[in-house]
Design a binder for this molecule. Structure first.
Ligand SMILES: NC(=O)c1ccc[n+]([C@@H]2O[C@H](COP(=O)([O-])OP(=O)(O)OC[C@H]3O[C@@H](n4cnc5c(N)ncnc54)[C@H](OP(=O)(O)O)[C@@H]3O)[C@@H](O)[C@H]2O)c1
Length: 271
Protein backbone atom coordinates (compact mmCIF):
# COMPACT_ATOMS: atom_id res chain seq x y z
CA UNK A 1 0.00 0.00 0.00
CA UNK A 2 1.55 3.29 -1.13
CA UNK A 3 -0.50 5.70 0.96
CA UNK A 4 -1.14 5.91 4.69
CA UNK A 5 -4.72 5.41 5.84
CA UNK A 6 -6.32 8.69 6.90
CA UNK A 7 -8.77 7.90 9.72
CA UNK A 8 -10.38 11.36 9.71
CA UNK A 9 -13.85 12.11 8.40
CA UNK A 10 -12.98 15.77 8.03
CA UNK A 11 -10.35 16.82 5.55
CA UNK A 12 -8.00 19.81 5.54
CA UNK A 13 -8.93 22.55 3.10
CA UNK A 14 -5.42 23.08 1.78
CA UNK A 15 -3.29 24.93 4.32
CA UNK A 16 -6.13 27.17 5.47
CA UNK A 17 -6.60 25.48 8.85
CA UNK A 18 -10.27 24.87 7.95
CA UNK A 19 -11.68 21.41 7.41
CA UNK A 20 -14.54 20.09 5.26
CA UNK A 21 -16.46 16.81 5.48
CA UNK A 22 -14.91 13.75 3.81
CA UNK A 23 -18.15 13.37 1.85
CA UNK A 24 -19.95 16.26 0.15
CA UNK A 25 -22.79 16.11 -2.37
CA UNK A 26 -22.72 16.80 -6.13
CA UNK A 27 -25.52 18.42 -8.14
CA UNK A 28 -24.87 17.46 -11.76
CA UNK A 29 -27.69 15.92 -13.83
CA UNK A 30 -30.49 16.17 -11.29
CA UNK A 31 -33.82 14.81 -12.51
CA UNK A 32 -36.19 15.58 -9.67
CA UNK A 33 -35.42 18.94 -8.04
CA UNK A 34 -37.91 18.55 -5.24
CA UNK A 35 -36.40 15.19 -4.20
CA UNK A 36 -32.92 16.67 -4.55
CA UNK A 37 -33.87 19.57 -2.26
CA UNK A 38 -34.93 17.12 0.48
CA UNK A 39 -31.77 15.06 -0.03
CA UNK A 40 -29.44 18.09 0.15
CA UNK A 41 -31.13 19.38 3.30
CA UNK A 42 -30.72 16.00 4.94
CA UNK A 43 -27.06 15.84 3.91
CA UNK A 44 -26.40 19.24 5.47
CA UNK A 45 -28.28 18.33 8.64
CA UNK A 46 -26.09 15.26 9.17
CA UNK A 47 -22.82 17.11 8.52
CA UNK A 48 -22.19 16.41 4.83
CA UNK A 49 -22.58 20.12 4.25
CA UNK A 50 -20.25 20.70 1.30
CA UNK A 51 -22.37 21.07 -1.83
CA UNK A 52 -20.71 21.03 -5.23
CA UNK A 53 -22.32 22.91 -8.09
CA UNK A 54 -21.38 24.84 -11.24
CA UNK A 55 -22.75 27.52 -13.52
CA UNK A 56 -22.78 24.82 -16.23
CA UNK A 57 -25.09 22.38 -14.41
CA UNK A 58 -28.56 22.48 -15.95
CA UNK A 59 -27.81 26.02 -17.16
CA UNK A 60 -27.79 27.45 -13.67
CA UNK A 61 -30.76 25.44 -12.34
CA UNK A 62 -28.50 23.44 -10.01
CA UNK A 63 -27.16 26.68 -8.49
CA UNK A 64 -30.72 27.92 -8.02
CA UNK A 65 -31.53 24.71 -6.16
CA UNK A 66 -28.53 25.20 -3.87
CA UNK A 67 -29.80 28.76 -3.30
CA UNK A 68 -33.23 27.45 -2.25
CA UNK A 69 -31.59 24.94 0.07
CA UNK A 70 -29.48 27.69 1.68
CA UNK A 71 -32.56 29.86 2.23
CA UNK A 72 -34.30 26.96 3.99
CA UNK A 73 -31.43 25.73 6.13
CA UNK A 74 -29.32 28.88 6.55
CA UNK A 75 -26.48 30.02 4.30
CA UNK A 76 -23.90 29.77 7.08
CA UNK A 77 -24.52 26.03 7.47
CA UNK A 78 -23.46 25.27 3.89
CA UNK A 79 -20.03 25.15 2.28
CA UNK A 80 -20.75 26.07 -1.35
CA UNK A 81 -18.37 25.09 -4.14
CA UNK A 82 -19.10 26.43 -7.62
CA UNK A 83 -17.22 26.39 -10.90
CA UNK A 84 -16.73 28.98 -13.58
CA UNK A 85 -16.57 27.88 -17.23
CA UNK A 86 -13.11 28.12 -18.83
CA UNK A 87 -14.58 30.24 -21.67
CA UNK A 88 -14.95 33.13 -19.22
CA UNK A 89 -11.21 33.22 -18.64
CA UNK A 90 -10.45 35.31 -21.70
CA UNK A 91 -10.58 38.39 -19.47
CA UNK A 92 -11.04 39.45 -15.88
CA UNK A 93 -14.40 41.18 -16.26
CA UNK A 94 -15.96 38.04 -17.80
CA UNK A 95 -14.86 35.96 -14.83
CA UNK A 96 -16.30 38.47 -12.37
CA UNK A 97 -19.57 38.73 -14.32
CA UNK A 98 -19.94 34.94 -14.46
CA UNK A 99 -19.43 34.64 -10.72
CA UNK A 100 -21.83 37.53 -10.09
CA UNK A 101 -24.48 35.60 -12.04
CA UNK A 102 -23.75 32.46 -10.02
CA UNK A 103 -24.08 34.41 -6.77
CA UNK A 104 -27.45 35.79 -7.93
CA UNK A 105 -28.70 32.26 -8.65
CA UNK A 106 -27.29 31.04 -5.33
CA UNK A 107 -28.87 33.97 -3.49
CA UNK A 108 -25.68 34.72 -1.59
CA UNK A 109 -22.95 37.36 -1.59
CA UNK A 110 -20.10 34.82 -1.59
CA UNK A 111 -19.22 31.20 -2.28
CA UNK A 112 -16.86 29.29 -0.05
CA UNK A 113 -14.80 27.91 -2.89
CA UNK A 114 -14.65 28.85 -6.56
CA UNK A 115 -12.96 26.65 -9.15
CA UNK A 116 -12.10 26.96 -12.81
CA UNK A 117 -14.06 24.03 -14.29
CA UNK A 118 -11.16 22.81 -16.42
CA UNK A 119 -7.99 24.52 -17.70
CA UNK A 120 -8.62 27.03 -20.47
CA UNK A 121 -6.40 26.40 -23.50
CA UNK A 122 -4.77 29.43 -25.10
CA UNK A 123 -4.60 31.50 -21.89
CA UNK A 124 -1.67 30.99 -19.55
CA UNK A 125 -2.33 29.17 -16.28
CA UNK A 126 -0.78 32.22 -14.55
CA UNK A 127 -3.45 34.54 -16.00
CA UNK A 128 -6.24 32.11 -15.10
CA UNK A 129 -5.07 32.02 -11.49
CA UNK A 130 -4.76 35.82 -11.40
CA UNK A 131 -8.43 36.06 -12.50
CA UNK A 132 -9.49 33.56 -9.84
CA UNK A 133 -7.59 35.43 -7.13
CA UNK A 134 -9.45 38.59 -8.10
CA UNK A 135 -12.75 36.94 -7.09
CA UNK A 136 -11.45 36.59 -3.52
CA UNK A 137 -10.16 40.16 -3.58
CA UNK A 138 -13.67 41.24 -4.62
CA UNK A 139 -15.19 39.37 -1.64
CA UNK A 140 -17.10 36.99 -3.92
CA UNK A 141 -15.29 33.82 -2.84
CA UNK A 142 -13.46 32.78 0.32
CA UNK A 143 -11.09 30.35 -1.39
CA UNK A 144 -9.92 29.38 -4.87
CA UNK A 145 -9.18 26.06 -6.50
CA UNK A 146 -9.00 24.26 -9.82
CA UNK A 147 -10.59 21.27 -11.48
CA UNK A 148 -9.31 18.70 -13.96
CA UNK A 149 -5.73 19.90 -13.47
CA UNK A 150 -2.91 17.36 -13.83
CA UNK A 151 0.39 17.66 -11.95
CA UNK A 152 2.00 20.00 -14.47
CA UNK A 153 -0.85 22.53 -14.60
CA UNK A 154 -1.41 22.24 -10.86
CA UNK A 155 2.19 22.97 -9.98
CA UNK A 156 2.14 25.96 -12.34
CA UNK A 157 -1.08 27.13 -10.69
CA UNK A 158 0.44 26.83 -7.21
CA UNK A 159 3.47 28.85 -8.29
CA UNK A 160 1.27 31.47 -9.94
CA UNK A 161 -0.65 32.42 -6.78
CA UNK A 162 0.21 35.83 -5.33
CA UNK A 163 -1.99 36.11 -2.28
CA UNK A 164 -4.56 33.30 -2.18
CA UNK A 165 -3.50 29.66 -2.23
CA UNK A 166 -5.00 26.91 -4.34
CA UNK A 167 -6.84 24.82 -1.75
CA UNK A 168 -8.44 22.11 -3.90
CA UNK A 169 -8.36 20.29 -7.22
CA UNK A 170 -11.54 18.50 -8.32
CA UNK A 171 -10.77 15.45 -10.45
CA UNK A 172 -12.30 12.14 -11.49
CA UNK A 173 -11.38 9.43 -9.00
CA UNK A 174 -13.10 6.20 -8.08
CA UNK A 175 -12.17 2.70 -6.99
CA UNK A 176 -12.60 1.73 -10.66
CA UNK A 177 -10.64 4.70 -12.04
CA UNK A 178 -7.44 5.28 -10.09
CA UNK A 179 -5.50 7.33 -12.64
CA UNK A 180 -5.06 9.97 -9.90
CA UNK A 181 -2.97 7.56 -7.85
CA UNK A 182 -0.17 7.52 -10.45
CA UNK A 183 1.23 10.92 -9.55
CA UNK A 184 -1.47 13.48 -8.70
CA UNK A 185 -2.39 12.00 -5.32
CA UNK A 186 1.21 11.95 -4.06
CA UNK A 187 1.78 15.48 -5.35
CA UNK A 188 -1.43 16.70 -3.66
CA UNK A 189 -0.55 15.12 -0.31
CA UNK A 190 2.91 16.72 -0.48
CA UNK A 191 1.55 20.13 -1.42
CA UNK A 192 -1.51 20.00 0.85
CA UNK A 193 -4.05 20.35 -1.95
CA UNK A 194 -7.43 18.78 -1.22
CA UNK A 195 -8.55 16.36 -3.93
CA UNK A 196 -12.31 16.42 -4.48
CA UNK A 197 -13.08 13.07 -6.12
CA UNK A 198 -15.86 13.39 -8.70
CA UNK A 199 -17.87 10.57 -10.27
CA UNK A 200 -16.80 8.45 -7.25
CA UNK A 201 -19.70 6.00 -7.83
CA UNK A 202 -19.19 5.67 -11.58
CA UNK A 203 -22.93 6.31 -11.84
CA UNK A 204 -23.64 3.20 -9.75
CA UNK A 205 -20.99 1.12 -11.58
CA UNK A 206 -18.91 0.61 -8.43
CA UNK A 207 -21.84 -1.31 -6.90
CA UNK A 208 -21.61 -3.90 -9.69
CA UNK A 209 -17.96 -4.77 -9.22
CA UNK A 210 -17.47 -8.29 -7.78
CA UNK A 211 -14.41 -7.38 -5.69
CA UNK A 212 -16.18 -4.39 -4.16
CA UNK A 213 -19.28 -6.51 -3.51
CA UNK A 214 -17.33 -9.26 -1.73
CA UNK A 215 -15.42 -6.78 0.49
CA UNK A 216 -18.70 -5.03 1.31
CA UNK A 217 -20.16 -8.37 2.53
CA UNK A 218 -17.16 -8.90 4.78
CA UNK A 219 -17.70 -5.54 6.52
CA UNK A 220 -21.52 -5.63 6.52
CA UNK A 221 -21.49 -2.43 4.40
CA UNK A 222 -22.90 -1.67 0.97
CA UNK A 223 -20.65 -1.63 -2.12
CA UNK A 224 -21.25 2.14 -2.43
CA UNK A 225 -20.01 2.60 1.15
CA UNK A 226 -16.88 0.55 0.45
CA UNK A 227 -16.19 2.49 -2.76
CA UNK A 228 -16.43 5.82 -0.90
CA UNK A 229 -14.49 4.56 2.12
CA UNK A 230 -11.63 3.55 -0.19
CA UNK A 231 -11.36 7.16 -1.42
CA UNK A 232 -11.65 8.91 1.93
CA UNK A 233 -9.05 6.55 3.39
CA UNK A 234 -6.53 8.51 1.35
CA UNK A 235 -4.95 11.58 2.92
CA UNK A 236 -6.15 14.85 1.31
CA UNK A 237 -9.06 13.15 -0.48
CA UNK A 238 -12.76 13.85 -0.08
CA UNK A 239 -15.52 12.57 -2.38
CA UNK A 240 -18.52 14.36 -3.84
CA UNK A 241 -21.01 11.68 -4.93
CA UNK A 242 -24.28 12.93 -6.41
CA UNK A 243 -27.69 11.78 -5.32
CA UNK A 244 -31.20 13.15 -5.26
CA UNK A 245 -32.44 10.43 -2.87
CA UNK A 246 -32.54 10.92 0.86
CA UNK A 247 -31.99 7.18 1.46
CA UNK A 248 -28.79 7.35 -0.59
CA UNK A 249 -27.64 10.30 1.57
CA UNK A 250 -27.97 7.96 4.55
CA UNK A 251 -26.00 5.33 2.64
CA UNK A 252 -23.20 7.84 1.92
CA UNK A 253 -23.17 8.80 5.58
CA UNK A 254 -22.48 5.15 6.42
CA UNK A 255 -19.26 5.30 4.42
CA UNK A 256 -17.78 7.37 7.26
CA UNK A 257 -16.94 6.51 10.86
CA UNK A 258 -14.87 3.40 10.03
CA UNK A 259 -12.03 2.35 7.75
CA UNK A 260 -11.25 -0.61 5.53
CA UNK A 261 -8.27 -2.66 6.66
CA UNK A 262 -4.95 -2.18 4.85
CA UNK A 263 -5.20 -5.67 3.32
CA UNK A 264 -8.58 -4.88 1.71
CA UNK A 265 -7.37 -1.51 0.46
CA UNK A 266 -4.54 -3.41 -1.24
CA UNK A 267 -7.06 -5.72 -2.92
CA UNK A 268 -9.10 -2.72 -4.13
CA UNK A 269 -5.93 -1.02 -5.39
CA UNK A 270 -5.49 -3.90 -7.81
CA UNK A 271 -8.92 -3.67 -9.51
N1 LIG B 1 -15.35 19.06 -11.96
C1 LIG B 1 -15.84 18.31 -12.91
O1 LIG B 1 -15.43 18.38 -14.09
C2 LIG B 1 -16.93 17.33 -12.58
C3 LIG B 1 -17.28 16.31 -13.51
C4 LIG B 1 -18.28 15.40 -13.13
C5 LIG B 1 -18.90 15.52 -11.90
N2 LIG B 1 -18.58 16.53 -11.03
C6 LIG B 1 -19.24 16.66 -9.71
O2 LIG B 1 -19.18 15.43 -9.03
C7 LIG B 1 -20.49 14.99 -8.70
C8 LIG B 1 -20.55 13.48 -8.68
O3 LIG B 1 -20.18 12.92 -9.91
P1 LIG B 1 -21.26 12.31 -10.94
O4 LIG B 1 -22.57 12.96 -10.72
O5 LIG B 1 -20.63 12.40 -12.29
O6 LIG B 1 -21.31 10.76 -10.63
P2 LIG B 1 -21.48 9.79 -9.35
O7 LIG B 1 -21.55 10.56 -8.09
O8 LIG B 1 -20.44 8.74 -9.49
O9 LIG B 1 -22.87 9.10 -9.67
C9 LIG B 1 -24.07 9.71 -9.37
C10 LIG B 1 -25.20 8.93 -9.98
O10 LIG B 1 -25.15 7.57 -9.59
C11 LIG B 1 -26.44 7.14 -9.23
N3 LIG B 1 -26.31 6.04 -8.26
C12 LIG B 1 -25.84 6.11 -7.01
N4 LIG B 1 -25.85 4.88 -6.43
C13 LIG B 1 -26.35 4.04 -7.34
C14 LIG B 1 -26.64 2.65 -7.35
N5 LIG B 1 -26.38 1.87 -6.29
N6 LIG B 1 -27.17 2.11 -8.49
C15 LIG B 1 -27.42 2.90 -9.55
N7 LIG B 1 -27.17 4.22 -9.59
C16 LIG B 1 -26.65 4.80 -8.50
C17 LIG B 1 -27.11 8.37 -8.65
O11 LIG B 1 -28.50 8.27 -8.76
P3 LIG B 1 -29.51 8.96 -7.68
O12 LIG B 1 -29.36 10.44 -7.83
O13 LIG B 1 -30.82 8.44 -8.14
O14 LIG B 1 -29.09 8.47 -6.33
C18 LIG B 1 -26.55 9.46 -9.53
O15 LIG B 1 -27.37 9.66 -10.66
C19 LIG B 1 -21.37 15.66 -9.76
O16 LIG B 1 -22.74 15.69 -9.39
C20 LIG B 1 -20.73 17.02 -9.83
O17 LIG B 1 -21.15 17.82 -8.74
C21 LIG B 1 -17.58 17.41 -11.35
Amino acid sequence: MRFQIDPNDRKPLGRTGETVPAIGIGTWRINNYSMAETALIRAIEVGMNLIDTAEMYANGEAEKLVGRVCRIIGRDRVFIVTKILPDRFSDQSKVIKALEASLRRLGTSYVDLVLIHWPRPGISIEKQIQFLEATVEAGMARFIGVSNFGVENLSRAIRATKKHEIVANQVKYSVLDKQVEKDLLGFSIENKILIQAYTPLEWGGVAKNETVISIAKKYGKTPIQVALNYLISRPMVMAIPKTERVERVEEFRGSMGWRLGAEDIEILEKI
